[in-house]
Design a binder for this molecule. Structure first.
Ligand code: HEM
Length: 177
């Protein structure tokens, strides 16, 4: 996984907890890379999982809640770091509809080694269905990123998560009645 995901995660931990917490979760999880991440590097995503588990143990907060919160935070950082991807877009549904065909396609051009999930998106008269699949199973991250997008654009939609038997997840965004 790209180093920027790690650096953004550790910055969030420093902001919401402390610099000591950053050191502690790196010590606890003993990542094979050593835990000194650069934004342009690429690291095993299991190192992120290890640090989240360590943070959960130290904070008492559940892993899914921490990953979800990181997704919301990461959306804000993507918005700050990649403003070009947001030009002319006024709704979360429009933005998210292009996640695979536009956003992650551009990300792949910038970082050919990026390991991206697949999102199969279907527009509906009253919203959007997004089918998420990834061998890394970061559904909680996807949920947080979607929540971040909805909060950012302010779409009047409810988001429902349906975990499917094959490990994929369907996110259903529906206009509020
Ligand atoms: C401007 C917006 C965005 C940019 C620039 C961006 C870019 C990236 C990058 C660089 C990665 C890491 C790839 C790697 O580690 O190799 C990533 C992963 C990921 N992105 Fe995006 N992304 C954006 C928005 C979103 C949104 C809105 C969603 C949710 C719908 C999303 C879902 C994910 C997920 C779930 C992953 C983790 C990898 C996995 O699940 O296998 N991204 N993205």
């Amino acid at each position: 996984m790209k180093g920027m995901v790690f650096t953004e995660f550790l910055e969030m931990v420093e902001d919401k907890f402390s610099a000591d917490m950053v050191d502690d979760i790196i010590d606890d999880s003993a990542p094979p890379s050593g835990g000194a991440y650069t934004a342009v590097g690429t690291y095993d995503h299991n190192e992120l999982v290890g640090m989240v588990v360590a943070l959960s143990q130290r904070s008492g907060l559940p892993v899914p809640a921490l990953v979800h919160a990181f997704g919301v935070h990461l959306f804000g950082r993507f918005h700050a770091l990649y403003p070009a991807f947001f030009g002319g877009i006024t709704s979360a549904v429009d933005f998210l509809y292009g996640i695979e065909s536009v956003i992650h396609t551009e990300v792949r051009k910038l970082y050919p080694d990026a390991q991206l999930p697949s999102f199969d998106c279907e527009r509906l008269p009253d919203g959007l269905n997004m089918l998420y699949a990834s061998p890394r199973h970061f559904g909680d991250l996807a949920e947080g990123l979607i929540a971040g997008a909805v909060a950012h654009f302010g779409d009047p939609v409810n988001v429902t998560r349906v975990n499917l038997p094959d490990g994929a997840i369907r996110f259903e965004l529906r206009n509020k009645a």
